[in-house]
Design a protein around this ligand. Structure first.
Ligand code: NAD
Length: 411
């Protein structure tokens, strides 16, 4: 199934619940604008390299469009389109005054030099600067991009339009960025996990958790939940899984990753397992925080955790989702679970526009409030309507976007 088809399936399940007409479904699903530009650069050795850059602007009924920019070899228009739609529902679920967008370039950032990466980024902005902007569409980091790339975007856009820090979020803290932006997605995932445990009458101290991925999201989630006295029994990265039934020693693990440029390969204080084994461990909570599509109909039957928190975008294929639903697995969907990142991005954008900066405590306090309130709203809705948390989150998101669209008027 293609990425956009699975987003459509979840959308339809919720749209059926609120009896949305076919015409409104088509309207809400059709992206406002899809841009594809040539990104040609001269490589350091004088060769010419040509890439394709995408930006899909899905919906702006509730405000300027917001979404990450991904540099990864697998990027294609279908994936970007699907992720753009996810952003529309995500910003609506946490009630930020934004629509949804996403962008990407099919490129492995590890196979180009930093100077080449800068040229690629600036060339891409040359191609799309007239369709993005602080009131139009605000990019942010995603897989393969970081605060440095965001700084180049701000600088390149400002060459055309003057000083515009609010055109992009996820910037370095020294350059109009936000203290706490880096930890925000993981912190949000952690907050949502604790809320879920509490609603299910489970105690954090007696909860065993496995986390796939130890990058930005996975490592901050692990740290937050370890601080909350949950037992993190396994984590993984591209090199494999690291398992310690009595709980990993988080400070040692974080120190190791810090000393090895974020990588866990060679960590000796745990048993080495595969990423597949990690997904199937006997734990209370499983948190996929790496790639999309890791839980499929082929491994769903073997997944034992009764609670799954979707920290990554779209880690569960719809056919696996169905198996989990039949089995009664509690799944907190991506559009709620990982919305902490875009929420912090919103705080950054607000401050850029006010030329004012909050401290870390205020950022954390506001983030925790948004995530907690959104979780409670989705939880209540799922109980009221007897639907999964995923369908409840989509009902909330689609309902808000639908109402804004109709109130704005279509003539
Ligand atoms: P990242 O690049 O910082 O980390 C990715 C992690 O996944 C790394 O530990 C990497 O080793 C691991 N990984 C890569 N390939 C793997 C494989 N085949 N098997 C197992 N692990 C593998 O990325 P991130 O920012 O932490 O994002 C992770 C996920 O969360 C993505 O799906 C992303 O779209 C989503 N997300 C991120 C944010 C954010 O603010 N960073 C916000 C919302 C959603």
């Amino acid at each position: 199934m293609k990425a956009f088809d699975s987003t459509r399936l979840y959308f339809d399940r919720a749209a059926d619940q609120i009896e949305l007409s076919e015409n409104v479904r088509t309207l809400l699903l059709t992206p406002k604008r899809e841009v594809q530009v040539q990104v040609a650069i001269e490589r350091d050795n004088g060769d010419i390299a040509t890439y394709i850059g995408y930006r899909v602007q899905h919906d702006d009924a509730r405000g300027p469009m917001k979404g990450g920019l991904r540099f990864h070899p697998d990027v294609d228009l279908d994936e970007v389109r699907s992720l753009a739609a996810l952003m529309t529902w995500k910003t609506a679920v946490v009630n930020l005054p934004y629509g949804g967008a996403k962008g990407g370039i099919a490129l492995d950032p590890n196979r180009v030099s930093q100077r080449e990466l800068e040229r690629i980024t600036r060339k891409f902005i040359d191609g799309i600067h007239d369709v993005i902007g602080p009131d139009v569409d605000i990019p942010a980091p995603d897989m393969g991009t970081n605060d440095k790339v965001m700084a180049w975007i701000m600088n390149q856009y400002s060459r055309y339009h003057g000083f515009s820090p609010a055109v992009v979020t996820g910037k370095p803290v020294e350059l109009f960025g936000l203290p706490g932006r880096e930890e925000a997605t993981g912190r949000g995932v952690g907050t949502i996990t604790l809320k879920t445990l509490s609603r299910m009458n489970r105690r954090a101290t007696q909860t065993r958790i496995a986390i796939q991925g130890f990058g930005n999201v996975g490592s901050h989630t692990a740290k937050f939940l370890n601080d909350a006295e949950c037992k993190i029994v396994a984590v993984s990265d591209v090199s494999g899984g690291y398992y310690r039934p009595e709980g990993l020693e988080m400070s040692k693990l974080l120190r190791y990753a810090l000393d090895h440029r974020g990588a866990l390969a060679g960590y000796k204080e745990a048993e080495l397992i595969t990423n597949e084994q990690l997904l199937e461990l006997d734990t209370d909570v499983l948190i996929p925080a790496a790639l999309g599509g890791v839980l499929t109909k082929d491994n769903a039957e073997r997944v034992r955790a009764p609670i799954i928190i979707e920290a990554a975008n779209a880690p569960i294929y719809p056919d696996a989702d169905e198996i989990f639903e039949q089995r009664g697995t509690t799944i907190v969907p991506d559009i709620l679970a990982n919305a902490g990142g875009v929420t912090a991005s919103y705080f950054e954008w607000v401050q850029n526009r006010q030329h004012y900066q909050w401290g870390l405590n205020r950022v954390r306090q506001e983030l925790d409030r948004v995530m907690s309130e959104s979780f409670e709203r989705v939880w209540e809705l799922s109980r009221e309507r007897h639907v999964s948390l995923r369908t409840a989150a989509y009902i909330l998101g689609i309902g808000r976007v639908g109402r804004a669209t109709v109130l704005g008027g279509i003539i």
